[in-house]
Design a protein around this ligand. Sequence first.
Ligand code: FES
Length: 116
Amino acid sequence: MSATRLMDVAELPEDGAMPFTVGEGDWPLRGVVVRRAGEIRAYVNHCPHAGHRLDFPPGKFTTPDGAWLRCASHGALFRFEDGECVAGPCAGRYLKTLPVAVQGTAVVLLEEAAPL
Ligand code: FES
C-alpha cells in the first residue's frame, strides 16, 4: 500500500486542523487533517452542501471556540470525530473521510485517493 506524507504530527495543533494538497493540475486532492482528543483523521476539503472548500480564510476550519469544524460559505458545522454535519444546510450528511495514519513522526495518506 502506498503512503503519501502529508505533514509532521508536530505541525498539527491539538483540537485543530491543517489543510493539505496532494497532486497537481486543476484537480488535486484538497483535504484537511484534524486532531481531537489525540485522534487524527482526515476529510476531503469539500462541503456536502454546495461543494465549496470549507476554510475561509484558507486554513481556518474551526469555530472560534474550536468546538466544531465549520464551512465558511453558509456556516455548516461538522463533528471532528466523524465529519457529520450537525447544523446548517447539509445537516445529517458527512464529509468524505480519507484514510490516514501516523507513521513515525508523519501523518500519511494511505492510498491514492481520487479527488471526488
Ligand atoms: S457550501 Fe458549505 S455550508 Fe454551503
